[in-house]
Design a protein around this ligand. Structure first.
Ligand code: ADP
Ligand code: MG
Length: 322
């Protein structure tokens, strides 16, 4: 069994890669970062708990990736560029077979986004992984939830619903063909944070949120905070490749309220459509226009012909579900 200090030294300590931004990494009482003059610091935490956010037998490499991905997704939703993160880890036991792939999965994604692991805390206990992430955003350009305005287009990055479809397969809520499950599963295990898109949208988009609990619930946060309403065309929602093979009602429900998508939902003035598409191209991330912000409160759903549709939807809420 490794000691706490061996474990930190072995799996979570590396030479600082970007010494211009990180003056001191893991190993002292605090890390020291070098803020870019004039930038605002964007800070966010996300905790993943075994049995609640992931299955007890979750593959450790994918889990390491996902824990950091959900935090990077919060920076993306703010339009912030990643700088560094800390990792607070409770572990039942220090096993190399788990720690090596877990840290490899996490640090590979960290390298991809030049986001440095600068510290954390490690303790024995039921598996619990909490990351705090730090990013930078130009003043006045953060993509806040309270900034949507009537007339804005509503956009979605990537596709929706495949993570929820995979979950339904694992839980046996649906009998999925093995091919369908294996197509959907990576969206649940290894989400792609839309960091390049978020930063490219700074100065173009108005409001943004990352879709973790389902589009309807998460867009609802933008509507409430901005004091506006919206109409969404349900049949314009980009379904994931696996979900697209399923029947219409399931497609609609999982695209609207699936959860775990980690796509961006953002609003932008209608006259900036060209700029949004250019930002998406620059970020190599597809985007789809799915609706409009309106002055009238509430969320209205329509089909492709513009006719209203009523759906019973439950967005994911940890305290509302058993
Ligand atoms: P302290 O006693 O000051 O809390 P620790 O002994 O907990 O310090 O940690 C020693 C060093 O290792 C610190 O720099 C801390 O930030 C870092 N650290 C601890 N756990 C982790 C971890 N899981 N990942 C990265 N760094 C860690
Ligand atoms: Mg400590």
């Amino acid at each position: 069994m490794l000691s706490e200090f061996d474990l930190i030294a072995h799996y979570f300590t590396r030479p600082v890669r970007d010494t211009a931004r990180i003056a001191l990494g893991v190993g002292d009482d605090c890390a020291l970062t070098v803020p870019t003059p004039g930038m605002q610091l964007a800070i966010s935490s996300d905790m993943l708990v075994e049995g609640r956010h992931f299955f007890p037998d979750a593959e450790p490499r994918a889990l390491g990736h996902k824990c950091l991905a959900v935090n990077l997704s919060d920076l993306a939703a703010m339009g912030a560029r990643p700088v560094a993160f800390t990792l607070a880890l409770a572990l039942p036991e220090a096993r190399a077979e788990w720690l090596a792939p877990f840290s490899a999965g996490m640090l590979a994604l960290a390298d991809l986004h030049r986001c440095e692991l600068v510290g954390g805390d490690t303790t024995k206990g039921p598996l619990n992984i909490c990351i705090t992430i730090f990013g930078e955003v130009p003043p006045g350009q953060a993509l806040r939830r309270d900034a949507a305005q009537p007339g804005d287009d509503i956009w979605i990055s990537g596709t929706l619903g495949d993570a929820r479809l995979a979950l339904a397969g694992y839980r046996n809520e649906l009998a999925l063909a093995p091919d369908t499950l294996s197509q959907a599963a990576p969206r649940m295990h290894a989400p792609t944070p839309r960091v390049a898109l978020g930063t490219a949208l700074c100065g173009i988009a108005r409001a943004a949120i990352d879709i973790s609990d389902g589009l309807v619930g998460d867009l609802g946060h933008i509507l409430k905070r901005s004091g506006v309403g919206a109409t969404l065309c349900v049949d314009d929602l980009p379904a994931g490749a696996a979900l697209a093979t399923q029947e219409r009602d399931l497609r609609r429900r999982f695209a609207l309220a699936g959860g775990d998508d980690y796509e961006l939902c953002f609003t932008a003035p209608a006259e900036r459509r060209g700029d949004v598409l250019a930002a998406a191209l620059q970020a190599a991330t597809p985007v789809t226009r799915v609706g409009r912000i309106e002055a009238e409160a509430g969320l209205r759903l329509t089909d492709a012909a513009g006719a209203p549709i009523a759906l019973q939807l439950a967005s994911f809420d940890h305290f509302a579900s058993p």
